[in-house]
Design a protein around this ligand. Structure first.
Ligand SMILES: Cc1cc2nc3c(=O)[nH]c(=O)nc-3n(C[C@H](O)[C@H](O)[C@H](O)COP(=O)(O)OP(=O)(O)OC[C@H]3O[C@@H](n4cnc5c(N)ncnc54)[C@H](O)[C@@H]3O)c2cc1C
Length: 393
């Protein structure tokens, strides 16, 4: 026996739930399924348990995609303010942490509960631990089968997310379905992920574990000025996570450890005004002492500043203002927040998120080749793309 719905959504994460709510509100009979035991796990663990649910500065320029204009339509159909209004309706308290990033005051679980409540109000049928065995198309109906049940619907929405953090349920399912229906899928890579380094740099990172500095981290013309963290595994923190989405294996990244100072100019002045001052103390006034000590040691610089040639001072300032490093890789999907690449946007309508080739087949959220910067943009993409598909599914 086949159970009929108007729309079947696979993946009850941020995008899938938003789509279910919107389609349900339109009176569509919606089935929302997920293979996990728990709904919205990524929302629950996001933002350190407080969920950075959107960003006040949401704009197409904050997203990576082979077609950077693709996001514009969805982001304008459902904006950050629309989601903020939903949060306010549920009296969920929130605050701006920095750079327009909005976080819950209390717990990300409040957002999961809000979305579940909205799904219930929209009469969405939930099925957890739902293992899809096969998906097919019969005339204008999509057929979704498990080992013992068969469901059909005019609209099939794939919202199974990317590959990051497999231990909470990420799978390549969405990409496989796209390929099955002959849609192009772009190469996927872990993004917003800590980078790894060779033994020498790792030794330095280990010695500095826990230290955080404000830095400008750049790759080619892209730069981010945010915190950078030394850890026992390498470099992390917002600026490193951001650049990881742009960095290409084999290439260098540049780090300015003292964005506010032109260190060479400062050292030249010091040499004239205070020639007896110890170089490690001078650098220790610009950078945290532990870091200053290591940089002076690595560059074999000691003694009074008057004893050091301008060539040496230039080398030292270069090591601070233009520290050039060559990551050996990234920590991969285990710790990545998102996945770069995915279903090629040229296969989808930016107005509706529906496949251009297959009427009624939609892809939303992270499974699509749209990746936001760190700071709430990835959830905003999930809400916006989910909302849009919900108007048409
Ligand atoms: C640790 C962490 C912290 C993050 N913090 C933030 C943040 O603060 N702000 C921000 O904007 N972004 C954050 N992100 C990114 C954000 O969580 C994702 O971009 C967003 O959840 C994508 O939404 P989605 O609905 O497309 O996919 P998901 O939320 O990943 O949902 C996909 C759903 O599909 C289900 N699924 C997968 N495969 C199958 C299958 N075969 N059958 C059935 N169901 C399946 C999964 O169980 C899951 O429930 C974070 C990510 C991580 C990993």
């Amino acid at each position: 026996m086949i159970t009929e719905y108007d729309a079947i959504i696979i993946g009850a994460g941020a995008a899938g739930m938003m789509c279910a709510i919107e389609a349900g509100k339109r009176g569509r009979k919606v089935l929302l399924v997920d293979h996990s035991k728990k709904i919205g796990e990524k929302i629950r663990i996001s933002g350190g348990g407080r969920c950075n649910f959107t960003n006040l500065n949401t704009h197409a320029s904050k997203f990576l995609s082979q077609n950077p204009k693709f996001v514009k339509s969805a982001l304008s159909q459902y904006t950050q303010n629309d989601f903020i209004n939903l949060i306010k309706k549920y009296e969920i308290k929130f605050h701006e942490k920095k750079l327009g990033q909005l976080f819950c005051d209390h717990s990300a679980q409040q957002i999961v509960e809000m979305l579940i409540k909205e799904c219930e109000l929209a009469n969405v049928t939930f099925k957890k631990e739902f293992k899809v065995a096969d998906i097919d198309k019969d005339k204008d109906q999509y057929i979704v089968s498990t080992t013992d049940e068969i469901y059909s619907a005019q609209s099939l929405i794939i919202a199974t997310g990317g590959l990051s953090v497999p231990k909470i349920g990420a799978t390549p399912f969405g990409y496989e379905i796209a390929k099955k229906f002959d849609l192009d899928v772009l190469e996927t890579l872990p993004a917003l992920v800590p980078l790894t380094f060779d033994e020498q740099l790792l030794k330095m990172c280990k010695e500095l574990t826990g230290l955080s500095v404000e830095a400008i981290v750049s790759f080619n013309k892209v730069l981010f000025q945010e915190g950078m963290l030394f850890t026992h595994r390498g470099l992390s923190g917002p600026s490193i996570l951001q650049i990881s989405s742009y960095w290409k294996l084999g290439d260098n990244i540049k780090i300015n450890l003292s964005p506010k100072e032109n260190v060479f100019k400062l050292l030249e002045n010091k040499k004239n005004l205070n020639p007896k001052e110890e170089i490690t103390n001078i650098i220790g006034d610009i950078l945290p002492k532990r870091l200053a000590h290591i940089i002076c040691h690595e560059n074999k610089v000691t003694g009074n500043i008057s004893e050091l040639s301008n060539k040496i001072l230039k080398q030292l300032s270069h090591a601070i203002n233009t520290w050039t490093i060559n990551p050996t890789g990234s920590e991969g999907y285990r710790t990545a927040e998102v996945t770069l690449g995915g279903v090629n946007t040229k296969e989808l309508s930016s107005q509706t998120m529906m496949s251009n080739k297959h009427k009624g087949l939609f892809f939303i959220g992270e499974v699509v080749d749209v990746t936001g910067h760190l700071g709430g943009y990835n959830f905003q993409w999930a809400w916006s793309s989910g909302y849009v598909a919900g108007q048409y599914a």
